[in-house]
Design a protein around this ligand. Structure first.
Ligand code: GLN
Length: 250
């Protein structure tokens, strides 16, 4: 796919519609993470990009030709089951090999790595990102903020986290952000990315609280470098309010 097209936007892959898949809404969809799909679809539609959103339950086969795949958070049991089913399905690996974008949150992020712990048991992940997760001594709950990898050109990350796992990155991935508040991966870094795969501990939903991150995913999926700006003052007000709440606590 070309990476230097200008607006107006031809749809990715020469087809007419941007296809967004929400993986396993029946298992992995805590804390409003499904809002990530709504935000992506809305921000694409406002740019004149036709969108198809597809919810794939855990008893269904994953389509392999979508442009963006989204995975949300989940409790340990659903997370372990979701990982097993995604490994057995094999579709996400094929989609990634074909250049699809993946955005994963919390449990969804952990299961993209080599392994994670659920209910005290080590579980195999999809091994799509060079990372593994173990358990922390305390649960990480609260506001999460960080300065995003400058290569991605995004404003600071804002979200909230609620997880028992701690994630350790290998050399094959880059941290998404340096933590300025909260725990993220292990108190220092937060999230990870490689190519067009990106994972984070940020709920909120993350793409509502970080619209520039949503646009990064849309740029990756469409190959369009410059998307027309949208009125994001509502989200700036929300971000300012959350930052002020953090400052008041400090
Ligand atoms: N079960 C995972 C953990 O506790 C992920 C939690 C979540 O997705 N919020 O670390």
């Amino acid at each position: 796919m070309s990476t230097d097209r200008a607006y107006p936007v031809p749809a990715p892959g020469g087809e007419s519609t941007l296809r967004i898949v929400w993986i396993y809404p029946d298992l992995l969809s805590t804390y409003g993470d499904r809002g990530n799909m709504l935000i992506l679809a809305r921000r694409a539609q406002l740019r004149g990009i036709p969108v198809e959103t597809i919810e794939v339950r855990s008893d269904q086969r994953l389509p392999t030709t979508a442009d963006i795949y989204l995975i949300g958070g989940g409790e340990d049991g659903p997370q372990a089951l979701g990982a097993q089913r995604l490994i057995a399905d094999g579709g996400l690996h094929r989609a990634v090999a074909q250049g699809s974008v993946v955005f994963a949150v919390c449990a969804g992020y952990q299961l993209l790595g080599g392994s994670f712990f659920a209910k005290g048991t080590k579980c195999a992940g999809l091994d799509l990102l060079d990372l593994h997760s173990d358990r922390g001594s305390t649960r990480a709950v609260g506001e999460l903020a960080g300065d995003i990898d400058p290569r991605l050109g995004l404003p600071p990350l804002s979200g909230f986290e609620n997880h028992g796992g701690r994630t350790h990155l290998g050399p094959g991935v880059s941290p998404l952000a340096r933590v300025t508040s909260g725990i993220g991966n292990e108190g220092i870094t937060e999230g990870a990315w490689r190519g067009k795969l990106l994972g984070t501990y940020a709920h909120g939903p993350a793409l509502a609280r970080n619209p520039a991150l949503a646009d990064l995913l849309l740029r990756w999926a469409t190959g369009v470098h410059q998307l027309p700006p949208l009125d994001d003052t509502w989200s700036e007000r929300l971000r300012a309010e959350r930052r002020a709440a953090l400052a008041a606590r400090a």
